[in-house]
Design a binder for this molecule. Structure first.
Ligand code: ATP
Ligand code: MG
Length: 269
């Protein structure tokens, strides 16, 4: 069974979608079978991967609405190991219906049951609020990755999310873990970054990812052109940072190596 990671924080514009898209693409570059799911009705993942309305055959909207099966809405991408499920919500009426269907907090978990086993990683991009779709994502996820815009004092948003994660653990998903906090749009040596970082280290040291994502306009340009950064400019600082996050993640989730019988004998003998 693949590892399901929700990218969430109740704050807008902090790099959730950029992280979900580029982390998923980077995991796929390392030949991890990866599925990216866009739960946000805004549909920014679709735009970032170049999926215009005409290229989408269906999405979570249709799955929640019981008109398509999950396998019917899997889209292949330009990266061999990366598949994608869009939200596919295009009108206010559709959004209203989609949000209503998402009030059932196990609908995503139930929908994913038949496909998650085919992937090493399932990355879920969440909207910037904590109910409905984010509740669904956290209910089916193994862990939550928290992107935090550096120098942006959003520690209250982390507090809100952590409290929410505790509630989800109590009512729906006992095993939900914190994958870690990823600093995004990082600008070194500014006073405000230093202050945020000091506070983060004080309160969340063990959850901080080693890699940080620098502020990098190539990441913005890539999404503008409908490409994950690794296909737009493989050597940009943003691309390399997301590849490093993927490497860090793969290393962390690598199954523990079984000890060689010979080594054991050597130790005991
Ligand atoms: P929302 O809550 O609205 O869904 P979000 O948290 O998903 O927002 P993004 O859409 O990923 O945030 O990013 C917000 C804006 O910041 C986008 O224009 C994106 O291109 C830009 N951005 C993201 N990461 C970086 C970065 N590392 N450097 C520069 N710009 C970035
Ligand atoms: Mg987003």
């Amino acid at each position: 069974m693949g590892k399901i990671i929700a990218v969430a924080i109740p704050k807008g514009g902090v790099g959730k979608t950029t992280t979900a898209v580029n982390l998923a693409a980077s995991l796929a570059v390392f030949e991890q079978r990866t599925l990216l799911i866009d739960t946000d009705p805004f549909g920014a993942c679709s735009l970032s991967l170049g999926f215009t309305k005409e290229k989408i055959v269906g999405g979570l909207f249709e799955v929640f609405n019981f008109t398509h099966s999950i396998s019917q809405v899997l889209h292949r991408t330009e990266i061999a190991f990366l598949d994608f499920i869009p939200s596919n919500v295009h009108t206010a009426h559709m959004e209203e219906r989609y949000m209503k269907l998402a009030e059932n907090r196990t609908i995503l978990k139930n929908s994913l049951r038949s496909v998650a086993a085919h992937y090493d990683y399932v990355i879920i991009d969440c909207p910037p609020f904590l109910r409905g779709l984010t509740t669904n994502a956290l209910t089916c996820a193994d862990s939550v990755l928290i992107p935090l815009k550096s120098g942006h004092f959003s520690l209250d948003a982390i507090d809100k999310l952590v409290t929410y994660v505790e509630w989800i653990r109590e009512v729906a998903n006992r095993d939900l873990q914190l994958e870690g906090i990823l600093q995004t749009m990082y600008e070194a040596n500014t006073k405000v970054t230093d202050i945020t970082e000091r506070e983060l280290q004080l309160r969340f040291r063990k959850h901080m990812l080693k890699t940080v994502i620098p502020k990098n306009t190539q990441l913005v340009e890539a999404s503008f052109y409908g490409k994950p950064a690794v296909l737009f400019n493989a050597n940009s600082k943003g691309t390399l940072a997301y590849l490093q996050v993927a490497r860090e993640m793969i290393e962390r989730h690598k199954p523990a190596t079984t000890e060689q019988p010979g080594m054991l004998q050597g130790q005991t003998g």
